[in-house]
Design a protein around this ligand. Structure first.
Ligand code: NAP
Length: 281
């Protein structure tokens, strides 16, 4: 009997990462469900019990902005499982605001978790993924393709993620590693609540941007009324784990596909990959 494949998922205390861990375990994988505070594992462990997959979920501490926690976690995974077959870069956080209203430190913090966290995880996991001929799946966003008002820092980080992964994909393929980015539209996770925004205070402080910010919050409320569930957004991640040849880019809903189609001609990334693969073979 072969041992189950192992996937490490970042940011599994809630939302898409939690649902992806359950989905991966249901698909027969061992899910290393990482979170920066394992004290927040209760929701995941309850969901795992309900789904009957608790024996295939292992919670470990990992903060994507803390290099020591990345190394320690990966070392443990390899010591305990002997392999890593996939990495799901899911951890991320929103950053609402515009550049005149945000401190540079806030912009840097958004890049740190949403971009450098992905880079650090991918860099650390690649030797193991080369050994297993595995894959890297990264949760980007429709904001990785379409820049959106009051999301400059967040979209810049997600654009950076997409540029990084699109560049890495043809090269990683030469050493047997598949690279995929997943672009959700609105998802009813803790994503918005986790920002703890004081909307009246933000509007008060927004000066000349106040009417635009008010309009933006109204738009966001209505768009999130049609949000996907985390399980719906996680399903394509699990498909990308199990597919023979996952595409480079996957939108998680028709809404997301239609939205990014306003800017992308190469929706699944196959045209760019076909071109750039010729550079490295
Ligand atoms: P969520 O419920 O807020 O989950 C985000 C997860 O990331 C949480 O588990 C959070 O942990 C974790 N996280 C934050 N900073 C971290 C760090 N430094 N190290 C490790 N984990 C960290 O939101 P979600 O919607 O599931 O977000 C998952 C991904 O989907 C993100 O990359 C997000 O950008 C992307 N996305 C979301 C939406 C949406 O509408 N929800 C749309 C497009 C893309 P804590 O509990 O410790 O904070």
């Amino acid at each position: 009997m072969t041992s189950p494949k192992t996937v490490l998922i970042t940011g599994t205390s809630s939302g898409i990462g939690l649902a992806a861990a359950i989905g991966a375990a249901r698909a027969g994988w061992t899910a290393i469900a990482t979170m920066r505070d394992p004290g927040k594992a209760e929701a995941l462990l309850e969901a795992a019990d309900e789904a009957g997959v608790a024996d295939r979920i292992q919670v470990k501490r990992l903060d994507v902005t803390d290099p020591e926690s990345i190394t320690a976690c990966l070392d443990e995974v390899i010591a305990e499982h002997g392999r890593l077959d996939a990495l799901v870069n899911n951890a991320g956080s929103a950053k609402t605001g515009t550049i005149e209203l945000l401190g540079l430190d806030e912009v840097r913090a958004a890049m740190e978790v949403n971009f450098f966290g992905v880079v650090a995880m991918t860099r650390a996991a690649l030797p193991h993924l080369r050994a297993s001929r595995g894959r890297v799946i990264t949760v980007s966003s429709v904001g990785g393709a379409v820049g959106q008002p009051f999301n400059e820092a967040y979209c810049a980080a997600k654009f950076a993620v997409e540029g990084f992964m699109q560049s890495l994909a043809p090269l990683a393929a030469t050493v047997g590693v598949d690279v995929t980015v997943v672009e959700p539209g609105p998802v009813a996770s803790e994503f918005v609540a986790n920002q703890n925004l004081d909307i009246p205070a933000l509007l008060n402080a927004a000066g000349p941007y106040a009417p635009a910010l008010e309009a933006y919050f109204g738009l966001r409320r209505s768009v999130f009324e049609g949000a996907q569930t985390p399980a719906e957004a996680a399903a394509p991640i699990v498909d990308a784990l199990t597919a023979d040849r996952p595409p480079f880019r996957i939108q998680t809903s028709d809404w997301a596909r239609n939205f990014v189609a306003t800017t992308l001609a190469d929706l699944d990334g196959s045209a760019v990959q076909a071109l750039t693969k010729t550079w490295v073979r």
